[in-house]
Design a protein around this ligand. Structure first.
Ligand SMILES: [Ca+2]
Ligand SMILES: [Ca+2]
Length: 204
C-alpha cells in the first residue's frame, strides 16, 4: 500500500523561516550527539529515468520502535530553502534497529528501483525533486534536527552535518549516497556517506 507524504509547508512559505532554522541547525550541530532514533541512511537524487528517479531511505537506529508521526522530513534545496513533509496518519512505526521493518523508503515520482514488498514505501509528490546539490534532514515535530545529509555547502547547517557528502556524479547516475551497512553516524557527512550501488529498502 503506497501513500503520499503530506506537505506541511509550501516551498515559497519557508523562505522567511530559513534564517532561524539555520541558526537552530548550527546549535544542534555543536550540542547534539549522533542520532539515537532515525537517520537518513541512503539518498539517490537521480537515476536512469531522470531527476525524479530518486529515493530516500530512513532507518531506525535505536533499540526501540519509533513512531514516525513525531518527525518530519525536510528536503533542502541548494539555496537554503526546504520542502517539509510530515508522515500520513497510519504510517507504521519503524521496528528496532536490526530487525525487519527498521527502514522506510520515500520514492520520487519517476522511481524505477525495486523495494522489497515487506518494506514500507511512501511517494513524494510529483512536483518534488531532490536536488543533486541539496540535502535531506529528519527533524522532530518540535523543530529539533535529528539527522541530515547535505551534498554541498549551499545547504545550510540545518540541512547537513559538517562537510557535505560527495554529490552523485553527473549524467544519468546509477549511484546512491549511503552510510555503511551498520548505518554508522558520526555526524560528519563526508565521512559517513559514500557513493554505492542503490539498495532501496535493503542494507547498504
Ligand atoms: Ca547524524
Ligand atoms: Ca539501502
Amino acid at each position: 500500500m503506497r501513500a503520499t507524504l503530506t506537505g506541511v509547508v509550501a516551498l515559497a512559505a519557508v523562505t522567511t523561516a530559513t534564517t532561524g532554522l539555520a541558526r537552530a541547525g548550527e546549535a544542534a550541530a555543536v550540542g547534539l550527539p549522533a542520532s539515537s532514533s532515525l537517520v537518513v541512511n541512503e539518498v539517490m537524487t537521480r537515476g536512469p529515468f531522470g531527476s525524479t528517479d530518486e529515493f530516500v531511505e530512513i532507518r531506525n537506529v535505536s533499540p526501540r520502535p519509533v513512531e514516525l508521526d513525531r518527525f518530519e522530513i525536510r528536503l533542502y534545496l541548494a539555496n537554503g530553502m526546504y520542502w517539509g513533509f510530515s508522515f500520513p496518519v497510519g504510517t507504521a512505526a519503524l521496528e528496532p534497529y536490526g530487525r525487519q521493518g527498521d527502514v522506510l523508503v520515500l520514492t520520487g515520482s519517476a522511481f524505477s528501483g525495486t523495494v522489497p514488498p515487506e518494506v514500507q514505501v511512501l511517494s513524494l509528490s510529483p512536483q518534488v525533486d531532490i536536488p543533486d546539490l541539496g540535502g535531506v534532514a529528519v527533524y522532530t515535530e518540535a523543530g529539533v534536527k535529528v539527522d541530515a545529509v547535505g551534498f554541498s555547502f549551499a545547504v545550510p547547517p540545518a540541512g547537513r552535518e559538517g562537510t557535505p557528502a560527495s554529490p552523485p556524479p553527473g549524467g544519468p547516475a546509477l549511484f546512491s549516497s549511503g552510510r555503511d551497512a551498520v548505518s554508522t553516524d558520526t555526524d560528519r557527512n563526508r565521512t559517513d556517506f559514500s557513493l554505492r550501488d542503490p539498495t532501496p529498502g535493503t542494507p547498504n
